[in-house]
Ligand binder design. Structure first.
Ligand code: ADP
Ligand code: GLC
Length: 482
């Protein structure tokens, strides 16, 4: 198959969360299976052409009087085109929001352009896809555009679309006045299309017009059909339930490999785990925590958003600090959560280390140096950190929701399980799981068993890519004449 993959962030060029990781790894995993994959994404201002050996190609794509130059590079066996457009992307220091965390006021225009420009890539390069794979609200409009703006092209009439929901909570909702400004006809402003409580909802374009909808775990695929997790789109999703599949993300097992991770003070593997203790000591030194081997080190890494269950941690913090533990947090996001953790660091300087910001290297060193990884998410479409933790022998304590439920098996007290899970969204339930973990930690053999089972798992993209391949191959064909 020829697959055109469109995403608003692609690691290592850009990343604000898991979408970047997925878009950076799935294309080449599909290419490794013999498909021809082209990825299209913006070249934001912070992407250094020299650092990524980007080649300026002669080709230009056009959309509604705007154009972008294509910069080419490879990601494994996939071809990548980064769109160079100074005003929309080049002048921005982050993909979606400014340094104060406010969304850019022209995001609707910026991502409508991404959709149209991506669909012009076949004309500009001669690569005519069989499948167009879209991700999250930023690229959802392309599902509508392919059907309504490309009818004159045979490839577009034949091509099928898959839309992957990475997070239903971010829908790209804009005032309806933008409908004409984006070059859309008022016909899209119906409940059966992109209208949503009298506003324009870009995600709906993907949910309504894509041939198939995927999301990033089987549990989340079930959960979003219910009002509790459906973010008001559950009626639309129930309507398309037959076309909705959950495919658990994989992890990039080359970037996240403790046996050759260049960010670490020492490397290790399941067979020889000794380097992990050195990683812990180095992490304690880096974070200026007392270097105590026997004290369990609990970690959190991620966006400090309501989704991640930070309020449970806030409510349980006092009780947590009553136990003999160290606690490290790396993240950024909501300012009240940032303040909360900074206060905790001041209150317990010997126990708590907090780093506000985005630090790829430190994220790796935390995965390697910590004993326990805490992820008490309110909801979690997939989650990648718990899978990195499994690979690094860092035992996850997670809420059994979404992809967390699908990737972490609760320890049964004997020989089964890779972590500790809890179901109720309450500080008490979280603490019960954490206490079970800490008790087990004192039983070195049981703990070692949990670590080894986690490290032995294969959560690489190979499995997920195979699932996606089956989904793409099962799409009913469209006839160019139809
Ligand atoms: P989400 O996409 O909801 O943010 P995921 O678990 O899928 O959650 O992916 C988050 C990704 O972003 C992981 O690769 C994680 O390591 C990374 N990440 C999140 N916050 C930070 C941070 N502050 N510093 C470094 N990496 C981070
Ligand atoms: C989203 C979700 C996260 C998922 C990631 C990649 O940001 O919040 O759970 O792992 O996308 O699919």
């Amino acid at each position: 198959m020829r697959i055109l993959f469109v995403a608003s962030e692609v690691a290592p060029f850009s990343k604000t969360g898991g979408l970047g990781d997925v878009a950076g790894a799935l294309p080449s995993a599909l290419a490794d299976r013999g498909h021809e994959v082209v990825v299209v994404t913006p070249r934001y201002g912070f992407v250094d052409p020299a650092a990524h050996t980007l080649t300026r190609l002669g080709s230009t794509v056009h959309a509604r009087g705007e154009s972008a130059v294509l910069l080419g590079t490879r990601l494994g066996n996939a071809q990548v085109y980064l769109l160079e457009h100074e005003r929309f992307y080049g002048s921005r220091s982050a993909p979606y929001s400014d340094e104060h965390g406010s969304d850019y006021p022209d995001n609707a225009q910026r991502f409508a352009f991404l959709c149209r420009a991506a669909l012009d890539v076949p004309r500009a390069t001669g690569f005519e896809p069989d499948v167009v794979h879209l991700h999250d609200w930023q690229t959802a409009l392309a599902a509508w555009m392919l059907r309504h703006e490309h009818g004159h092209q045979a490839w577009a009439r034949r091509a099928r679309t898959v839309y992957t929901i990475h997070n239903l909570a971010y829908q790209g909702i804009f005032p309806k006045e933008l409908v004409p400004a984006l070059g859309l006809p008022w016909d899209v402003f119906r409940y059966e299309a992109m209208e949503f409580y009298d506003q324009l909802n870009m995600m709906k374009a993907g949910l309504v017009f894509a041939d198939a909808i995927a999301t990033v775990s089987p549990s989340y695929a079930r959960e979003i059909l219910s009002p509790e997790h459906g973010c008001s789109l559950d009626p639309v999703l129930r309507h398309r339930a037959r076309h909705l599949t959950g495919i658990l993300n994989g992890i990039d097992d080359e970037t996240w490999d403790p046996s050759r991770d260049s960010h670490l003070a020492a490397t290790y593997s399941r067979r020889d785990i000794s380097g992990k203790a050195r990683c812990k000591a180095a992490l304690q030194r880096e974070l200026e925590l007392p270097r105590r081997r026997e004290v369990p080190l609990i970690a959190m890494v991620g966006r400090l958003a309501e989704q991640k269950g930070v309020d449970l941690v806030a409510a349980a913090l006092q009780q947590m600090m009553g136990m003999e533990v160290q606690f490290v947090v790396l993240g950024s996001g909501q300012s009240d959560y940032e303040r909360l953790f900074r206060r905790a660091e001041r209150a317990w300087p010997q126990r708590v280390a907090v780093r506000i910001g985005f630090d790829e290297g430190l994220a790796h060193r935390i995965e390697a140096g910590a004993d326990v990884f805490l992820m008490p998410s309110r909801f979690e479409p997939c989650g990648l950190n718990q899978m990195y933790s499994l690979r690094y022998g860092t035992v996850p304590v997670v809420r059994a929701v979404g992809g967390l439920e699908d990737s972490v098996e609760d320890f049964d007290g004997a020989r089964n399980g890779t972590g500790f899970t809890f179901r109720d969204y309450s500080p008490a339930a979280m603490m019960t799981a954490l206490q079970r973990a800490l008790e087990t930690y004192r039983d070195a053999r049981a703990w070692r068993g949990i670590m080894e089972r986690g490290m032995a798992e294969d959560n690489s993209w190979r499995n997920s890519a195979e699932h996606y391949e089956r989904l793409l191959e099962a799409l009913p064909s469209r006839h160019a004449g139809a």
